[in-house]
Design a protein around this ligand. Structure first.
Ligand code: FAD
Length: 460
């Protein structure tokens, strides 16, 4: 199948999308190679979802220790050791990286630990090795990188999420710039670990794009947990004074920390990739432009995952990589369905969300019923915690279809995964209503909300 090329398929980037595409293509009989310049597993495994979730678990113990007293436990003064967490996290990440490599080997994919750059549509150069390789088809799966405001004076003193996973010491004070899910998650992590935490955000309210009720719950809970949220403000300069970083802001105040972290979004990682030489067009933000079959402007070059800047989530990159390999090497015309993607914010409380936010839903379904249950979790009755659980269903009155579901509270991510399936099956409010409640649980509220909290539109 290789014609005169070294490989049928060369994959650049050994992250979620690239590894899946390489393995599946090879299983379908293609001769496949993959290059990874850092560590196999990519962002999600090495410095994204996985280590972050481990940090989230670590941070939540502080709440559990507090809650335990109301249930009769006496817990001594809890001590936290950052280096134990880092060592154990690194061990787990190394194990996962090993699995990724082993799975590629088992599938018969040739792996290179090197940076790869395109020198033409069919040619790739391994930059350390210097070798030039040819391939009939190329898949770009180079992911994204944290945005850094290079024009900000003193930016070199700051960190991004990449470095946050490897800090030698847990800071006593941290200031995090950003209001998206990564900034919010890290604020929850550091605060839970006992770090004095400030979040500085240029907008009105954190978690733009999420449902307003969810944004409000997290904002309130973060305030209650002692996280200082400074909105409508940006850094204008970062100054280093000994071990202290002073962040001067647009509102004239200064925020001090041992670390200042920027989590202000991520951009496609296409710098120096040789896209021009290969005839691959990018958007004004550097994203590789693809059609709905992942094809770029060069007919033999495809791209999947974060580098295409569509939906920056691991399961999406994996699906795109898998679908690409099936289309190319097994003639299975499977498309990726981007409708109703369940997502979570691993803040404390956690948010789980699927479908439209209330604002989006009203715009599309003007006759909308909004059901909101806002209550104190059962566990909180004895723990004394005043954390709220919020469950929200958005129902199009004309069809009775549930068009959005949002949950803030324990296990919201776990619940919303399954709610996602019901919404994709076209679940109506009547389907929720006729489902027997599971008692006692928080999720039973989803099937027991009888009266709309708000009604939009005129059609009854
Ligand atoms: P990546 O996984 O980024 O893989 C790209 C790989 O290509 C990298 O390993 C990179 O080193 C390599 N590479 C780049 N250029 C070259 C080159 N020229 N040569 C060789 N190799 C190259 N998603 C979720 O679904 N859930 C979450 O909870 C979640 N949490 C996150 C938390 C953080 C802190 C971050 C940063 C991201 C998180 N994400 C989460 C997003 C998720 O990590 C990405 O959507 C996913 O990793 C994208 O996969 P990908 O294959 O497109 O790219």
């Amino acid at each position: 199948m290789t014609d005169s090329y070294d490989y049928d398929l060369f994959v650049i980037g050994g992250g979620s999308g690239g590894v899946r595409a390489a393995r599946i293509a090879s299983t379908h009989g293609a001769k496949v190679a993959i290059a990874e310049e850092y560590r196999y597993g990519g962002t999600c495994v090495i410095r994204g979802c996985v280590p972050k979730k481990l940090f989230v678990y670590a941070s939540r113990f502080s709440h559990s220790f507090e809650d335990a007293a109301g249930f009769g436990w006496t817990v001594g003064e809890p001590q936290f050791d950052w280096s134990t967490l880092i060592v154990n996290k690194d061990k787990e990440i190394a194990r996962l990286e090993g699995l990724y490599r082993a799975n590629l080997d088992r599938a018969g994919v040739e792996t290179f630990s090197d940076r790869a750059e395109l020198t033409g549509p069919h040619t790739i150069k391994l930059t350390s090795d210097g070798r030039e390789i040819s391939a009939k088809t190329v898949l770009i799966a180079t992911g994204g990188r944290p945005n850094v405001d290079t024009k900000l004076s003193g930016i070199e003193h700051t960190i991004t999420s990449d470095e946050a996973f490897h800090l030698e010491k847990l800071p006593k004070r941290i200031v995090i710039a950003g209001g998206g899910y990564i900034a919010v998650e890290f604020a929850g992590i550091f605060a839970g670990l006992g770090v004095e935490t400030t979040l500085i955000y240029r907008g009105e309210k954190i978690l733009r794009g999420f449902d307003e009720d969810m944004r409000d719950v997290v904002t309130k809970a973060y305030g209650d947990h002692g996280i200082n949220i400074v909105t409508n403000t940006v850094f204008t300069e970062i100054e280093k004074r000994g071990d202290t970083l002073v962040g001067h802001t647009s509102s004239g105040t200064a925020l001090e920390g041992d670390q200042i972290m920027f989590a202000i979004g991520r951009s496609p990682y296409t710098d120096g990739l040789g896209l021009e030489a290969a005839g691959v067009k990018t958007s004004e933000y550097g994203a590789v432009v693809v059609d709905d079959e992942a094809r770029t402007s060069a007919e033999n070059i495809f791209a999947v995952g974060d580098v295409t800047d569509r939906v920056q989530l691991t399961p999406v990159a994996i699906r795109e990589g898998h679908a690409f390999a099936n289309r190319m090497y097994a003639r299975q015309p499977r498309q990726v369905d981007y409708d109703l993607i369940p997502t979570a914010v691993f803040s404390s409380p956690e948010i789980g969300t699927v479908g439209l936010t209330e604002d989006e839903a009203v715009a599309r379904h003007p006759n909308l019923d909004v059901f909101v249950a806002n209550f104190r979790a059962m566990k909180a009755t004895l723990s004394g915690s005043d954390e709220r659980v919020v469950m929200k269903l958005l129902v199009d009155r004309e069809t009775d279809r549930v068009v959005g579901c949002h949950i803030a509270g324990d296990s919201a991510a776990e619940i919303i995964q399954v709610v996602g399936t019901t919404l994709r099956m076209g679940a109506t409010k009547a389907d929720f209503d006729t489902t027997m409640a599971l008692h006692p649980s928080a999720a039973e509220e989803l099937v027991t909300m009888r009266t709309p909290t708000r009604r939009h539109g005129t059609v009854s």
